[in-house]
Design a binder for this molecule. Sequence first.
Ligand SMILES: NC(=O)c1ccc[n+]([C@@H]2O[C@H](COP(=O)([O-])OP(=O)(O)OC[C@H]3O[C@@H](n4cnc5c(N)ncnc54)[C@H](O)[C@@H]3O)[C@@H](O)[C@H]2O)c1
Length: 445
Amino acid sequence: MQLTKGAKGADIHKGCTEKGADIHIQSSQNNAIIMGTVQFKTKNMRPNIVASPEKAAAGHQKIDWVRRNMPILRQLESEFRQQQPFAGKRVLVCVHLEAKTARLALVMATGGAQVAVTGSNPGSTKDDIVAALDAQGLHVYARHGASLAEMREHMGFALEIHPHLVIDDGGDIVELLHGSHSDFCTDVMGACEETTTGVMRARERAQAGALAFPVMLINGARCKYLFDNVHGTGQSVWDAMMRSTNLVLAGKTITIVGFGWCGRGCALRAAGLGAKMIVCEVDAVKAADAAMTGYQVMPLLEACEKSDIVLTVTGVRGTLGSAHFEAMKDGVLIANAGHFRNEIDVDALQELAVEHAPMRENVHGYQMPGGQWLHLIGDGNIVNIACADGHPAEIMDTSFALQALNARYLIEHHAALPPGVYEVPEEIDQQVARMKLASMHISID
Ligand SMILES: NC(=O)c1ccc[n+]([C@@H]2O[C@H](COP(=O)([O-])OP(=O)(O)OC[C@H]3O[C@@H](n4cnc5c(N)ncnc54)[C@H](O)[C@@H]3O)[C@@H](O)[C@H]2O)c1
């Protein structure tokens, strides 16, 4: 048995048994075992992809911090340790690969699963977290800044686990399982989809009768979108913008493109920080809702002429293009909070530019033919994760509790679930809400 120094206050004891690695992390602060003995590895998997193994200690520290701040997952972890709901099951986790996702993967492993982890976006993958998961004995394939081709290759490596369950974020793994990687589909009992964009893709597939297994639509649960999309995105987007630019929001004119669950959270928090809000929408009801909430509503081109910051959060490719860039003011900040990088047509921005230059970490300037400089944040990637730590831990606590409970639901009910898309059962939504209230020491009638 070797002893490795992990997060401050946590010792990691790591050893190998015949079946795989067994790991105990012991917190010296409360002397509680936070993760029991788990059998992580499955045979015949290729070696992990780990860009910076020396960053493992930093990764352990971040994972331990979110563990302390994700009480619902802690409770589920202790139940799963007893009940072993995922014993003998192989689980592929493909979510933005940062500390909260690592916690989810470890909780699944504690529940008996063999887990392979990869990232849903190379811009959001944190190499220290990858290193920590590698050190803890999980299969992990991801690298910050990987090309799209490399990212697909990493997803392919993770698929070699032949998953029973997929925890997906954006639908890439589900798409691969129906296309180039359909060979890995044979054992799949179902998938849980985290976000709006992935839900849209799964729905399209289901409507075309081209879905091979059940997909639980996590994003449709009230405990997901009311907390994660509204409050999680609403707070963390501005955290990312402030960290990236070190500029003030108060007094600025900010346009939110897309007044869905995420957009309304982003508008709410920016208004609270003193910004003057404009909302652009294509859905008349949501546009009217934005107007009644007190925001200016107008066409996007008009908004671009007035804005100091333009944030896309539509889930729709090419929301911002050449005509919009040409209309923008000198010094404007442009960012995207939607799942895919394609909401801002970065290729068109680069083609239009007569000059470009890095301005700060995560801020790149493009000069337009008219002379004005436009500043793209995080290269158009999902800004709150690419340029900050993503949603707060307490927010992902509810989202990932839904993931863990729906994964268990799939194991228990998959035989009765024909291929198709499924809303989260109301009893699971209510259970997570009750656990959330309990974690906040709130009781209700
Ligand atoms: N950044 C994050 O951490 C995070 C968290 C959750 C979801 N997401 C992603 O954010 C995106 C939006 O999610 P949501 O839950 O708010 O979706 P939503 O469907 O609730 O809202 C999207 C809104 O955009 C509007 N829209 C579409 N095209 C438009 C256009 N060209 N101009 C103006 N408005 C337009 C739609 O009418 C809709 O109201 C998705 O890609 C989702 O996956 C990101």
